[in-house]
Design a protein around this ligand. Structure first.
Ligand code: ADP
Ligand code: ZN
Ligand code: ZN
Length: 734
């Protein structure tokens, strides 16, 4: 085996052959290597070995370095990544290196790290610990330090003793210890916290039935856990996790949002006494690499993470759980455009283990798969532990006077709830003070220079900000067009509603939760914990607040503006609106207190709203599926989008015109080619965007077309200023 095939860390469709240097016997599959590439060198990963290469001998180059002590990825990990790279038509090197944590994407990965620590100075080693007889904390620290003469890092000390900073300070003052830096391997595990796990509530009949069904499964099966909000899906997860761990297997749990991991991680920590690893993009590089390695080496038994965690190597994987499976953030929207939910299902199939998709508002794709019998449909119809379902009410706001978007009906109810000592949650999916600033005299509006969009007024920061490209400008004092000083904010975002509520309910603590208010690290966690404990009678937020959180004191949920979701241009707008409404509504009345949800709308008779209110999400979804079937839209057909953008208006469209020609020439019968069409916001960040839609009643012919189309498109795009991409199973039209 003298030739290795290498996926090079670059967006190139090919694999490259390299020779092993003389004297090398082998370089295993799954190892990282440094290879000469073009005029430089690149990081790569060995994906295959062969006796010979199709490349002429004299043109073959040699591997320069073989990194790491052993393979980072197993053949099984590679099989999954190869599948995903082929399915999403993403270059193998790009897919592979997207799946690795950032620290492992660099050649100089250090697998050790230095951490701050402590040791006993040499001349103090003989000191009698009788001295510390009356200081038990110091004595505990001392005895651990004695067992580690070379020093121990502070984090490990804290893991064993809790917060021991006071004891450390006292010991240092007495000259009994000194700072020392300790070297720790990156995959050093944190042992599960000692102490007995919190008791498990007794499952109700539906929960137990779900657990039993899944536990009885040997090998692969995909389950949909379709449970109303607050029905105890997480308790079902916990039981299944414990049972799987008891069988000696690892468990992978995927959540859509970073914001959801602390709460779930905490709940797991209390109940599941094993080594865990958390993986999401807000972690420091070091922590992320550490989690990844601990999972890959098998020491972490439970892995909780967001989208990219789906590729974490888990040699003994026995169960995959995807929580809030309907959430669009499982789909990566750039580069390697995979759906972590769909990859999770495929992974379970390859591993031959069960996978569980949980949601109170399953996606229409998943419901269709359940209908077809591919997924097994498990239902939790009741809220757990005696909580009642929330009451949904529509507030018709046509010709009603509104106070910054709040109707009289909502304000009155809010007053009652606050008076009674309970919590209100208000939902408005728009951050900032107002979505546009306008001149009262000439009608000028604050448009973005780079996008077909308006700039949002952020009064706290005193800026105009474009939410699409991030461009910012100082707040103008005069109209830039007619110089009038009469500039007025139009409409409201969370910042403005907060202002108004503070005036209306003076002295009542209020927490605003959106991306602006939770910018600081740990802030979201802090506010949510305080909110959970009832610290804020009023909670106001964007969709950050809508997802999964358990807020037992909330008895009233107000949805300020649902209407933009009713008439969206995307065919999925209705589905998204329904999911959001039910999820936000689900924050109400999750404990003993019953909850009410007030939805403000100018379209109270809209069939979607009526269906949701009267019959619930299941009936809505059935009707929406019937509409999709009539229109032959997904999940009754399969789509891929070719997107293109360029600085000059014509290039993107011209490229897609030619792409269309190729697609039509190459396509088999049944495949439809729509477009090209400019994006609904055509110009964004200074680039003109357009798309071509490929649609097919069957999956296979669509993929066959893409396979032959892509090389043709690569040949077409000689224009360096043009960017283009392919998105398989797109969730968002531009
Ligand atoms: P979901 O994930 O479906 O929204 P959770 O698992 O968060 O629901 O459960 C909602 C609340 O009900 C939690 O406080 C949970 O501890 C409680 N709960 C869940 N199952 C039971 C049960 N069988 N008995 C009592 N309380 C339960
Ligand atoms: Zn003006
Ligand atoms: Zn912009």
């Amino acid at each position: 085996m003298a030739i290795v095939r290498v996926a090079v860390a670059a967006p190139l469709p090919e694999l490259f052959d390299y020779r092993l240097p003389a004297g090398w016997l082998d370089c295993e599959i799954g190892r990282r290597v440094l290879v000469p590439f073009g005029r430089g060198r690149r990081l790569g990963l060995v994906v295959d070995r062969q006796p010979e290469s199709a490349v002429a001998d004299h043109r073959l180059k040699e591997i320069e370095h073989c990194l790491d002590d052993g393979p980072l990825l197993t053949p099984q990990d590679l099989e999954l990544l190869n599948w995903a790279s082929a399915y999403y038509h993403c270059p193998p090197g790009e897919a592979l290196f997207t799946a690795l944590p950032a620290r492992l994407r660099r050649a100089d990965t250090d697998f050790k790290e230095r951490r701050r620590g402590w040791r006993i100075p040499i001349d103090a080693r003989a000191v009698d610990d009788g001295l510390l007889a009356r200081a038990p904390r110091q004595r505990a620290v001392w005895s651990i330090l004695q067992a580690h003469p070379e020093g121990i890092d502070e984090a490990s000390l804290r893991e064993q003793l809790g917060d021991c900073r006071a004891a450390l300070r006292s010991l240092e003052r007495k000259g009994l210890l000194e700072p020392a830096s300790a070297e720790v391997p990156l995959d050093d595990g944190s042992p599960p916290s000692a102490g007995t796990p919190a008791p498990l509530p007794e499952l109700n009949a539906e929960q137990q039935a779900a657990v039993d069904r899944i536990d009885q499964t040997l090998g692969f099966a995909c389950f949909l856990l379709d449970g109303v909000t607050g029905s105890g899906k997480t308790e079902v997860y916990i039981r299944l996790i414990l049972n799987t761990l008891a069988r000696g297997r690892q468990v992978l749990v995927l959540v859509p949002e970073i914001g959801l991991t602390p709460q779930l991680a905490e709940r797991f920590a209390q109940r599941i006494p094993v080594e865990r690893a958390v993986l999401h993009s807000a972690l420091a590089e070091r922590e992320r690499a550490s989690s990844w390695l601990r999972a890959a080496r098998g020491s972490a038994r439970l892995v909780l993470g967001t989208r990219s965690a789906v590729f974490t190597p888990l040699p003994e994987l026995g169960l995959v759980i995807v929580d809030e499976e309907h959430d669009v953030s499982f789909k990566q929207q750039d580069g390697f455009r995979y759906s972590a939910r769909d990859v999770a299902v495929r992974r379970a199939q390859m591993t031959d283990c069960p996978v569980l998709l949980g949601s109170a508002t399953p996606s229409l794709e998943t419901l269709r798969n359940a209908e077809l019998g591919r997924y097994r449909h498990l239902r939790l119809r009741q809220r757990a532990g005696g909580a009642r379902p929330p009451r949904l009410l529509l507030a018709d706001i046509r010709s009603q006077p509104l106070v910054t978007g709040l109707s009289h009906a909502l304000l009155t109810r809010m007053g009652e709830v606050i008076e009674a000592g309970n919590q209100v949650l208000l939902f408005l999916n728009r951050r900032g003070f107002s979505p546009v600033l306008t001149c009262h005299d000439c009608g000028w509006i604050s448009v973005c220079r780079h996008c077909d969009a308006r700039m949002t007024l952020h009064r706290g920061r005193g800026r105009l900000v474009c939410h699409h490209c991030g461009d910012q400008a100082d707040l103008p004092v005069h109209c830039p067009y007619c110089e009038s000083p009469d500039l007025r904010p139009l409409g409201q975002g969370t910042e403005r509603v907060e202002d108004s509520l503070r005036q209306r309910f003076p002295g009542i603590p209020l927490a605003r939760i959106d991306r602006d208010s939770t910018r600081r690290r740990g802030e979201l966690e802090r506010v949510l914990t305080a909110a959970q404990a009832g610290a804020y009678p009023i909670l106001l937020g964007t969709q950050m607040l809508a997802k999964g959180h358990h807020l037992p004191g909330v008895t009233l949920v107000g949805i300020l503006d649902i209407d933009h979701g009713l008439y969206g241009s995307d065919f999925r707008a209705g589905e998204r609106m329904a999911q959001l409404l039910i999820q936000v509504a689900g924050r109400a009345g999750r404990a003993e207190l019953p909850g009410t949800v007030l939805v403000q709308t100018r379209h109270p008779n809209h069939p979607y709203l009526q269906q949701l209110l009267r019959k619930g999400y299941g009936a809505f979804a059935a009707a929406a599926l019937a509409e999709r079937a009539d229109a032959a839209l997904p999940p009754f057909s399969f789509q891929a989008l070719v997107r293109a953008d360029s600085r000059e208006e014509q290039f993107a469209l011209e490229f897609l015109e030619r792409a269309r020609g190729h697609a039509i020439a190459l396509a088999h019968q049944g495949i439809q080619v729509w477009g090209p069409a400019p994006a609904s916001m055509e110009r964004r960040a200074g680039r003109f965007r357009a798309q071509l839609l490929l649609q097919s009643p069957e999956r296979a012919p669509l993929h066959a077309l893409i396979r032959v189309l892509l090389p043709a498109l690569r040949g077409l795009s000689g224009n360096r200023r043009l960017r283009w991409s392919i998105d398989v199973d797109p969730l968002e039209m531009l």
